[in-house]
Design a protein around this ligand. Structure first.
Ligand code: 13P
Length: 252
């Protein structure tokens, strides 16, 4: 059996409630026939419950959160816990997105705690990482990615890793319109499998879903998804347009 095909949409801080529900209903309509593709959307926290309710009977379509607290509960004003997410029907959570690392200064230690809380609450984690432009230009992209993966993943067991997906998101490609070439994506994804194989096992390395993110769109998705080690995409901007997102879902 081959690996899963996955398309995930990270809406970031976009949409209001009506726009969110319209977008979901259009995506639902436009992607129904692609039941072989696992679809996950990451709306803002405030619409998670509505989004989940509107997808209740839809096959292979899940809701995830863009973040969760590293704390389990208590006096942390404004934070949202993994347990809360689970209780409104979330199945996934993003951890380590570059915007969280950069704008909110999230450290590896925090990411580890977030993953622990997420797994405890039966959420699948999509762990995001990727190099900055200077690191790519300086030929340090493999080293950076290795460190990002090792620092966090070495704290988990193989059975915990089984509940995680990985998302390679080169920072220079996020929201810039500049995409990694299929060669660059394939080369890095193969390298990521090598790291997972060294840290855990070759079976886990082969089975772990690895998504590509960074200006993936309706035009370039097919080529990116045809790479042997790319299992799908984590889509930002293009996930906010139902027609584009559905085209991406149809790109395998
Ligand atoms: P863009 O697709 O807008 O580049 O964003 C990618 C991303 O950050 C997904 O998490």
């Amino acid at each position: 059996m081959g690996r899963k095909k996955i398309v995930a949409g990270n809406w970031k801080m976009n949409t209001n409630l009506n726009e969110a529900l319209d977008l979901i209903s259009e995506i639902k309509k436009g992607s129904e026939q692609f039941y072989g593709v696992e679809k996950i959307i990451f709306p803002p926290f405030t619409f998670l419950k509505n989004a989940n309710d509107s997808l209740a009977t839809t096959t292979a379509f899940f809701i995830g959160a863009q973040n969760c607290s590293e704390h389990s509960k208590g006096a942390f004003t404004g934070e949202v816990s993994a347990e809360m997410l689970s209780s409104v029907g979330c199945k996934f959570v993003l951890v380590g997105h570059s915007e969280r690392r950069t704008f909110f200064k999230e450290s590896d230690e925090q990411l580890i705690l977030k993953i622990q809380n997420a797994l405890k609450n039966n959420l699948h984690v999509i762990f995001c990482f990727g190099e900055q432009l200077e690191e790519r230009k300086g030929g340090k992209h493999f080293e950076t990615v290795k460190k990002q993966l090792e620092n966090v993943l070495k704290n988990f067991s193989e059975s915990e890793l089984n509940k995680m997906y990985l998302a390679y998101e080169p920072v220079w490609a996020i929201g810039t319109g500049e995409t990694a070439t299929p060669q660059q994506a394939q080369e890095m994804h193969a390298y990521i499998r090598k790291i997972i194989s060294e840290l855990f096992s070759s079976a886990l390395a082969q089975n772990t879903p690895i998504l590509y993110g960074g200006s993936c769109n309706a035009q370039n998705a097919r080529e990116l998804f045809s790479c042997a080690d790319v299992d799908g995409g984590l889509i930002g901007g293009a996930s906010l347009k139902a027609a584009d997102f559905c085209k991406i879902i149809a790109s395998f």
